[in-house]
Ligand binder design. Structure first.
Ligand code: HEM
Length: 401
């Protein structure tokens, strides 16, 4: 990679989709600098798919030649320094991912539906008790707490520890500002250690119990570090992404009354709005990273062994080479496919859960508040200040009578 004509990805950009259009115009694989890291960016659908599935592209960090250049405390640093399944391949990846597949299966999730509906109804009741004519931030009061409560229950976090855990995982996932990541991780680990220790005596119907048994009893198939990394990954991967999905769907539906009417009248299912939001406004903007195991050619671009590639999920969703009228939000598209949950062996484990939560949340919200109005135009809302996430910091509405 040469250094001269490098695009700089700006985490605070107010025009992510405009930036992505310029990236795609520059090519399918474009040299970029992101948070001080030099990488290739896979910008269109076909190229991103090729990178996600190429046998010579690996998530294992030891393949990254310039890993020492990664600035600590950045969003990329938070993702790539863990020992989780996200950065594992082959047998080790299977060993880490397999124990979780049953917990996230469609069958298990169908059983979870009534509980998610109940948690949603409780949040809707709380919203309904607020003044109907004053602005309410739906990101904070609705999109944020729902996935947090669901993932806490699924993992088995006791109520007494939930607030502390959420504060820490939010800081690590950088919902707030930049803080000292190693110190936060230490604090999070101490808290999880305490929770796991408490569970040792009182096993439950939850993931902590399942994982702990694998660590403790099943021939130590999961090391202590791996157990910790798995729980941390679920907490962080399973929360902010779903908050972004629900927030982005609310934002676009409130600005597209015709589309909203298709949902309210029952002519289109809410699941279609979830899928189109995932395509059109992917909850993840850019995601680190895959590394070329050896010299490899993708779409006519030669990558040298050890070079990293960043996945541009939001850009692939608007690729005009893949979608007709790619920039138009249209929930009537037949069978829309997208890469918002990735593809291949690392395909998002929580995709069925995120889809279920999104569908339940949107249906309940738009049914309960038929006169809801946005307070600002979509483009006036402040974007998240992070490379990874694509959403807005607040989603103020008037709920109405
Ligand atoms: C992996 C997106 C929700 C858990 C991924 C990947 C993407 C993604 C793109 C693949 C990354 C890659 O291959 O580089 C999303 C989006 C979500 C969401 C957009 C919400 C709308 C969830 C939820 C959970 C979850 C709710 C769990 C509760 C995971 C895990 C992985 C993963 C564990 C790693 C899988 C592996 O490496 O094998 N997610 N995710 N995600 N996601 Fe999600």
């Amino acid at each position: 990679m040469t250094d001269d004509s490098r695009f700089i990805l700006d985490p605070a950009t107010a025009d992510l989709h405009g930036d992505n259009e310029r990236l795609r115009e520059a090519g399918p694989l474009v040299p970029v600098t992101a948070e001080g890291v030099r990488a290739w960016a896979a910008t269109d659908y076909a190229t991103l798919m090729a990178v996600l599935t190429h046998p010579d592209m690996s998530r294992e960090l030891h393949h990254w030649a310039d890993r020492h250049t990664l600035p600590p405390g950045t969003a990329i640093d938070r993702i790539v320094t863990d020992t989780s399944m996200l950065n594992a391949e082959g047998e080790r990846h299977r060993r880490l991912r397999m124990p979780l597949t049953a917990a996230f299966s469609q069958r298990r999730l169908n059983g979870l539906r009534p509980r998610i509906e109940e948690l949603t109804a409780r949040l809707i009741d709380r919203l309904a008790s607020l003044p109907a004519d004053a602005p309410v931030d739906l990101r904070l009061e609705f999109a944020y707490p729902l996935p947090r409560e669901v993932i806490s229950e699924l993992i088995g976090i006791p109520a007494a520890h939930q607030d502390d855990l959420h504060r820490l995982s939010d800081a690590i996932a950088q919902v707030g500002g930049l803080e000292d990541s190693p110190a936060l991780r230490r604090e999070l680990r101490e808290l999880l250690d305490r929770i796991i220790e408490e569970r040792r005596g009182t096993p439950g119907e939850d993931l902590i119990t399942d994982l702990f048994e694998l660590h403790e009893k099943d021939g130590g198939r999961l090391s202590e570090d791996e157990l910790f990394a798995t729980i941390e990954l679920l907490f962080i991967a399973g929360h902010v992404t779903t908050v972004n999905l629900i927030t982005n769907a609310i934002r676009v539906l409130l600005s597209e009354p015709d589309q909203l009417e298709l949902l309210r009248s029952g002519r289109c299912p809410y699941s279609a709005a979830v899928e189109e939001t995932l395509r059109w406004d992917s909850p993840i903007a850019y995601f680190p990273m895959r590394y070329a195991v050896r010299d490899v050619e993708i779409d006519g671009v030669r990558l040298r062994g050890g070079e990293p590639v960043l996945a541009c999920f939001a850009s692939a969703g608007r690729d005009p080479g893949q979608y007709e009228r790619a920039e138009v939000f249209d929930i009537t598209r037949p069978q829309v496919t997208h890469l918002a949950f990735g593809h291949g062996p690392h395909f998002c484990l929580g995709a069925p859960l995120a889809r279920l939560e999104g569908e339940i949340a949107l249906k309940a919200l738009f049914t309960a508040f038929p006169a809801m109005k946005p307070v600002a135009l979509p483009e006036e809302l402040p974007p998240l200040d992070t490379l990874l996430g694509n959403s807005v910091r607040t989603m103020p509405v008037i709920l109405g009578p």
